[in-house]
Ligand binder design. Structure first.
Ligand code: MD3
Ligand code: FE
Length: 214
């Protein structure tokens, strides 16, 4: 075997696609505040498995905080100011989470990101998110900030069409990714989460997705 065979072109480091900024471990400075806030949010607005418009139960459990929350049901995907399960407004966006989102966006070159929606995705072992685009927001010039906590997961970042072979990003506890500009409408998803134990979150991956919805 030749030495060059150890590094085939498919394993070579590839630069990140334009519009994607990966801030490894960036959220760890806010770790305790984030975990405390999530604990309180899920008491007021419990995690639940939504149905797609087609009637499928999602493997990811979801809830929201902030002025607007993303929901899905037989009538479609949309943002709502109230939790359909309780009829009450979603819990407030915690100040540390707002600060983290603005700092991450700024580090990625977006000067004044002011999220009005935070979707909380909870993945147990085997949960996944199939390739999709985020296009329920009014202003597609605003970035999306995502915060990964707990078990690691392989994030799939595709291109402009569902058929482009996705780049695989291993996201771990504390990683923050900012998606904007040319990456904003890319297809993306999450491969099935492998079982494991995280010291702070147990058998779970939590992703916070902060968006400007309106
Ligand atoms: C890339 N959640 O909730 S967050 C979603 O890890 C969602 O739970 C994933 O995709 C998760 O819609 C990924 C990262 C993310 C969010 C929005 C994007 C990546 C994105 C929009 C465009 C491109
Ligand atoms: Fe998405």
């Amino acid at each position: 075997m030749q030495e060059s065979d150890l590094f085939t072109s498919s394993d070579a480091p590839r630069p990140l696609p334009p519009g994607l900024v990966w801030l490894e471990r960036f959220a760890l400075a806010w770790e305790d505040a984030l975990l405390e806030a999530i604990t309180q949010i899920v008491v007021a607005a419990p995690l639940r498995h939504l149905r797609t418009p087609g009637g499928q139960r999602m493997s990811v459990a979801m809830t929201n905080c902030g002025p607007l929350g993303w929901i899905s049901d037989r009538r479609g995907y949309r943002y709502s100011a109230t939790d359909p399960q309780s009829g009450k407004p979603w819990p407030a966006l915690p100040t540390p989470l707002q600060a983290l989102a603005t700092a991450a966006a700024q580090a990625a070159g977006f000067e004044s990101f002011a999220p009005d929606a935070c979707l909380i995705n909870a993945y147990g072992p085997g949960a996944r998110m199939s390739l999709h685009q985020d296009r329920d927001e009014d202003d597609l010039s605003a970035p999306i900030v995502s915060v990964s906590l707990g078990l690691p997961a392989v994030f799939l970042f595709g291109g402009r069409t569902r058929r482009d072979r996705p780049l695989r990003l291993p996201l771990t506890h504390g990683d923050v990714v900012v998606w904007g500009g040319p990456a904003r409408l890319a297809f993306h998803g999450v491969a099935p989460v492998a079982d494991g134990q995280h010291p702070r979150l147990g058998r779970q991956r939590i992703n916070l997705t902060l968006r400007r919805a309106r």
